[in-house]
Design a protein around this ligand. Structure first.
Ligand code: ADP
Ligand code: MG
Length: 563
């Protein structure tokens, strides 16, 4: 056995570096986090050679005085953690005080910093954890750190790194996580002079930050999440279910603004989406969990990705409630409540029906957000249901001839307005329907008579051939088959002022056709209609957009009664 020796500070730092500095991306993360902690408004990160040649981080934060800078490079020097009790009260990103010395022990390290109002700054150089060289330098109004030749003195580690491109992707990901967590700070990343991320501060609209970080194409699909219950606050955005990914990389979760990965959290997100996502697809979501720091232990993992919640279940429930609520904001589910005047009546009927189907207690205990409420449509956002949604519903029966009760796979009760459903199907069908021959005379009041005869050409395009017959009467010689049972007079009166607005005219026709069809349905007819609904165009304007009136996740109801 050898003699017991005290390890040299260099060696201690290199050992720490093994934990803190795994690859270039860890350096990017640690340094940019320090910049955030320093109150920077803009953080620029420049890389070359995948971060192996050079990582340069420039911020306009509070900076350091020369003596602070020297201290910061000593191991476990931190301005952020005071005592052990403080471990449970961590708000800032860093807290171990080991990043800077660890990085400096495995690279050629240069720190240039000054406090905001200082006339001069300091420049400190360290090569591979060797002696610190300090010189006076120009004021920096913030901090600038250069990390060159990472692991130059630890060939064994360097050997384990992947290709430049792979390391670069990891660096980018580290920046994206931080950028998502801090929309109030500007983040800029470039590699060999090429810009990879340009995310200017997005204080007003955090969705803009998501678009800057994850790609602009997600923006129109984002639904805001806001939920607060039992000391847990959930905020952020989810993409509506028509915008999905084949992998889980679009899921970003944060606890008190720190990026985390947690199985329970992932599970809750999956669960909230399970009914609406097509098989094999993964959601895109950026979710912030905020809770009292004493309710979460962030110090479980050297890379600080894992956390331990005091009440994991409470966090999961809040997530499920918040996401479910956001997903219900889809127009094809919610529509405009005012468009269906007798809504409240039927909603009550459904409630009674469900209360009977389930034990009443279970229904009453539905946490807010899980049972559904009526909301406002958000035009332009989340227009389309997930592919195959309606075809997978099992029709249970009609309610007061006005609503259909269906079951979605996995046990969600879905209440549908068949009239709106038909309207969607007809609207879609109208595009390529052949008029059928027909003969009927209709007497019209003025001014509709004039409008209809003037608009005969437009009507013909819509499949309605209308000609003056003399007096106040017109003949209708052909029409789309779906209108055979419709009230033609009322239809023409409604259409007359809308003939210069083709989408409006089309939705009027579809709506009249649908109204004429309301009657008891067989199971086969219901399923046929549901299947056709999957082909309908949910982005088209519709008079009664609310197809899904209510969705009640029965699983959640049952889960609520487990204990
Ligand atoms: P930690 O972040 O855990 O405190 P670090 O080694 O990352 O440990 O940093 C040590 C200290 O150096 C920090 O506590 C902070 O006071 C100071 N520091 C590091 N980076 C910056 C920066 N960009 N601007 C201002 N101060 C900084
Ligand atoms: Mg730090």
């Amino acid at each position: 056995m050898g003699r017991i020796r005290v390890l040299s500070p260099e060696l201690i730092n290199q050992i720490a570096a093994g934990e803190v500095v795994e690859r270039p991306a860890s350096v990017v993360k640690e340094l940019a986090e320090n910049s955030v902690d320093a109150g920077a408004t803009n953080i620029h990160v420049e890389l070359s050679g995948g971060g192996l040649q050079l990582i340069r981080v420039i911020d306009d934060g509070v900076g350091m005085s020369p003596s602070e800078a020297v201290l910061a490079l000593e191991r476990h020097a931190t301005s952020k953690l005071v005592d052990a009790a403080g471990l449970f009260q961590i708000f800032t990103k860093g807290f171990r005080g080991e990043a800077l010395p660890a990085i400096a022990s495995v690279s050629k390290f240069v720190l240039h910093t000054s406090e905001q109002d200082a006339a001069v700054g300091v420049r400190i150089e360290i090569d591979g954890g060797g002696p610190l060289r300090q010189v006076e330098a120009a004021a920096a109004h913030g901090t600038r750190i250069e990390v060159e030749d990472l692991f130059f003195n630890v060939p064994a580690r360097r050997k384990f790194l992947k290709r430049e491109q792979t390391e670069l992707v990891h660096c980018e990901e580290a920046m994206i996580r931080l950028a998502l967590a801090h929309p109030e700070v500007g983040f800029f990343l470039s590699h060999d002079g090429r810009a990879l991320l340009a995310a200017p501060a997005a204080v007003e609209d955090p969705a803009e930050r998501i678009a800057a970080a994850l790609g602009a194409e997600v923006h129109p699909h984002l639904l805001a999440v806001a939920e607060a219950r039992l000391g847990v606050k959930i905020s952020g955005h989810v993409a509506s279910p028509e915008f999905t990914q084949s992998n889980a990389r679009g899921l970003y979760t944060f606890v008190n603004r720190r990026y985390i990965r947690d199985r329970g959290v992932n599970f809750a997100v999956q669960r909230a989406f399970q009914e609406s996502l097509p098989p094999g697809r993964q959601p895109v979501a950026v979710l912030f969990i905020e809770l009292d720091p004493s309710q979460v232990d962030v110090n479980v993992h050297p890379q600080k990705l894992e956390v331990r919640f005091a009440d994991p279940r409470g966090v999961q429930e809040a997530l499920i409630a918040g996401i479910s609520k956001a997903l219900k904001g889809a127009p094809w589910r919610q529509g405009d409540a005012a468009a269906v005047p007798d809504e409240a009546h039927y909603a009550q009927a459904v409630d009674r029906f469900l209360a009977r189907a389930q034990t009443p207690a279970a229904f009453l205990e539905t946490p807010p957000g899980l049972g559904l409420s009526f909301g406002q449509a958000r035009p332009g956002i989340n227009e389309a249901p997930p592919p195959g949604y309606f075809g997978r519903l099992r029709f249970i029966g009609g309610l007061a001839q006005r609503l259909w009760v269906c079951e979605a796979p996995g046990g969600t009760l879905v209440v549908i307005d068949p009239r709106s459903a038909m309207e969607r199907v007809f609207l879609h069908q109208l595009r390529d329907t052949q008029p059928t021959l027909f003969s009927s005379t209709v007497e019209l009041p003025q001014p509709e008579l004039g409008l209809v005869t003037d608009g005969a050409e437009v009507l013909a395009e819509l499949g309605l051939h209308v000609e003056p017959f003399g007096g106040n009467t017109v003949t209708v010689s052909s029409l789309p088959a779906m209108l055979e049972a419709a009230d033609l007079r009322q239809l023409l009166i409604d259409l007359a002022p809308a003939l210069d607005d083709l989408p409006k005219a089309l939705s009027l026709i579809a709506s009249h056709a649908a109204a004429a069809q309301v009657r008891p349905f067989t199971h086969e007819e219901a399923h046929a209609l549901l299947k056709r609904l999957d082909d309908a165009d949910f982005t088209a304007c519709c008079l009664h957009p609310k197809v899904v009136v209510r969705e009640v996740p029965l699983l959640e109801l049952l889960a609520g009664t487990e204990n």
